[in-house]
Design a binder for this molecule. Structure first.
Ligand code: PEP
Length: 247
């Protein structure tokens, strides 16, 4: 069983002040000794402010994106080393909004994954199918191909040391969630693809998770926690969801 995690992707929301406030509210929560690891992913420009707030808390910090390049003339980009320098432990790679809106290919995602791991970050590799692909019964093939692209570049063992988040695109920010059975089926297929080396890899579900649907999703045998967007922007809701991840 993978290590239980709950991750909050704040996307492109909030000011420095609201980011600090939200991080402060979360950091005041008294986590139990064996509670899940909580990770928050603020917008890049607020990373430093949030890092200060989280300094003595048990909440981990992550970034929503990273450059595939280590340094140099890449205007507007931020390297994995810079994220480590700011206190990040995790980074999202291959979020569907990066793939769809910003045209990141499987190859680019794989290169970002490699750059993150080389700098000591733990990548959370996001994979998932579009509605059309699900309707065409291509879900398993699409997800397997997205994961294979990373395995081809860095090797199976390295992928097994990361976190994989299954996030059906049709469920992200839509209020429509994969049923627990649909989600479990894809998670089981990912577990099978990773083989023995992936027995302990953390697999997350993401896509309109809220406190009403989280319990059933997190009960599934191959789901080790969640990647939460909208519902992570409100401290009480996010903490309620976190408590539903079985540690
Ligand atoms: C996400 O951004 O990864 C996500 C799952 O968003 P939401 O929970 O809002 O669907």
């Amino acid at each position: 069983m993978g290590k239980p995690l709950i991750a909050g992707n704040w996307k492109m929301h909030g000011t420095a002040e609201s980011a600090r406030n939200l991080a402060t509210q979360l950091s005041h929560h008294k986590f139990q000794e064996n509670a899940v690891e909580m990770i928050i992913f603020p917008p890049l420009v607020h990373i430093s402010a949030v890092s200060d707030v989280l300094a003595n808390s048990r909440i981990s910090l992550g970034a929503q994106n990273v450059s595939q390049y280590p340094n140099g003339a890449y205007t507007g980009e931020v390297s994995a080393e810079m994220l480590v320098d700011q206190g990040c432990k995790y980074v999202l790679v291959g979020h569907s909004e990066r793939r769809v809106v910003f045209g990141e290919s499987d190859q680019t995602v794989a290169e970002k994954f490699r750059a993150a791991q080389n700098a000591g970050l733990i990548p959370i590799l996001c994979v998932g199918e579009s509605l059309k692909q699900r309707q065409q019964d291509a879900t398993f093939e699409v997800v397997a191909k997205q994961i294979s692209a990373v395995i081809d570049l860095v090797g199976l063992d390295k992928v097994c040391q990361s976190v994989i988040a299954y996030e059906p695109i049709w469920a992200i920010g839509t209020g429509e969630t994969a049923s627990p059975e649909q989600a479990q089926d894809v998670h089981a297929a990912i577990r099978t693809q990773l083989g023995e080396a992936g027995r302990l890899t953390t697999l997350l579900y993401g896509g309109s998770v809220n406190k009403g649907n989280a319990a059933e999703l997190f009960k599934q045998p191959d789901i080790n926690g969640g990647l939460v967007g909208g519902a992570s922007l409100e401290a009480d809701e996010f903490l309620n969801i976190a408590q539903l991840v079985e540690a």
